[in-house]
Ligand binder design. Structure first.
Ligand SMILES: Cc1cc2nc3c(=O)[nH]c(=O)nc-3n(C[C@H](O)[C@H](O)[C@H](O)COP(=O)(O)O)c2cc1C
Length: 341
């Protein structure tokens, strides 16, 4: 068997992608301490399985901000799918829809948001960066018009992280791979200072709900709720921004405790196994997002690879639920966990 887990797609993608594209996808900032810690932290969380329960039928369908999804596993926004497949995000989106889940389309996608929406078969959210004021406003309006159901504003990028692996391999966009939502690379490079006032202004532009992605503290989570965020994505950008930032799974509990049921909480960073999903949900996330594995699937096997990655995670999550004694998501409680050594 060639493929038994998502790491097999990592190996296949490494063999297939141009080295500089591979480095761009894989790299984290600086020493990649956070990148490694995102994964390592999961290994310090132990499961306390319960037995003698009927787990013959596993039910994992749920809703995210009112939108039904087949499982609490969503697709994180990642830039430039065109490096992995000639159709870029237009190859990814229908594959995600076919698995019944939701894709967050990156503002830095290689295809424009309207083209992606036109071929999508499932629900979409739009991830927004703070570019210059006019471009950012235009992106909010276009995403609303194109039917994106929420806007995910990424807050952790007042500057771009230094991805040294990508710098060393001289990552250079091939000319056919462009930023599909931007008129030019110059427009793409502008970053307006993102403050709570800017967020208040952005919210006036659309009736569509906003989530804030990249929140890592209870203090910012409290402010997010106060400023009307419908959801938070606890994330350190897959270790690509502030190196030594706290692993997302370690930050999750204080944010869940701070916001309670006042807004939805999701997380990403290092989700590679069904047991990772179970741990994140037991710590209070309502769903998780998956970043790099989707790119690995796309690079290795196109849309079928994306579907296969999602199917592997779904099957592993069902396995984890059953073996831990949970038949439904409601059965997942903090009592499943023992933190430590
Ligand atoms: C190649 C790559 C590109 C990314 N591009 C974006 C982006 O455009 N916008 C964004 O908010 N996050 C971006 N991220 C971060 C992801 O949304 C997500 O937070 C992270 O990948 C999750 O970690 P994981 O890759 O370990 O699953 C990117 C991540 C990677 C690996």
């Amino acid at each position: 068997m060639d493929v038994v887990n998502v790491f097999d797609y990592e190996r296949l993608a490494a063999a297939k992608l141009a080295p500089s594209a591979w480095d761009y996808y894989q790299s984290g900032a600086d020493d990649e301490v956070t990148l490694g810690a995102n994964r390592a932290a999961f290994a310090r969380i132990w499961l306390r399985p319960r037995f003698m329960r009927d787990v013959g039928q596993i039910e994992m369908a749920t809703t995210v901000l009112g939108t039904p999804v087949s499982m609490p596993i969503l697709v994180a926004p990642t830039a430039l799918h065109g490096l992995a497949h000639p159709d870029g995000e237009c190859a990814t989106a229908p594959a995600v829809g076919a698995e019944g889940t939701l894709m967050i389309v990156s503002d830095s996608a290689s295809r424009c948001m309207e083209d992606i929406a036109a071929v999508a078969t499932g629900p979409l959210w739009y991830q927004l960066y703070a570019a210059d004021r006019e471009t950012t406003e235009a992106h909010v309006r276009r995403a609303t018009e194109a039917g994106y159901r929420a806007i995910v504003l990424t807050v952790d990028a007042p500057r771009w992280g230094r991805k040294e692996r990508a710098l060393r391999s001289d990552f250079d966009q091939p000319p056919q791979v462009i930023y599909g939502n931007y008129a030019s690379t110059e427009t793409k490079r502008a970053i307006m200072p993102l403050t709570w006032e800017v967020f208040d202004w952005l919210r006036t532009l659309t009736p569509v709900p906003f989530l804030l992605k990249g929140i890592l503290t209870a203090e910012d989570a409290e402010l997010a709720v106060a400023h009307g965020a419908a959801g938070i994505v606890v994330s350190n950008h897959g270790g690509r921004q502030l190196d030594s930032a706290i692993p997302s799974i370690v930050a999750l509990p204080e944010i869940v405790a701070a916001v309670g049921d006042r807004c939805a909480v999701y997380m990403d960073g290092g989700i590679r196994r069904g047991t990772d999903v179970l741990k994140a949900l037991a710590l209070g996330a309502q769903a998780v997002l998956v970043g790099r594995p989707i790119l690995w699937g796309l690079a290795a096997a196109g849309p079928a690879g994306v579907q296969s990655v999602l199917a592997l995670l779904r099957d592993e999550f069902a396995q984890a639920l059953a073996l831990a004694g949970c038949a439904t998501l409601a059965d997942i409680t903090p009592a499943l966990l023992r933190m430590g050594f």
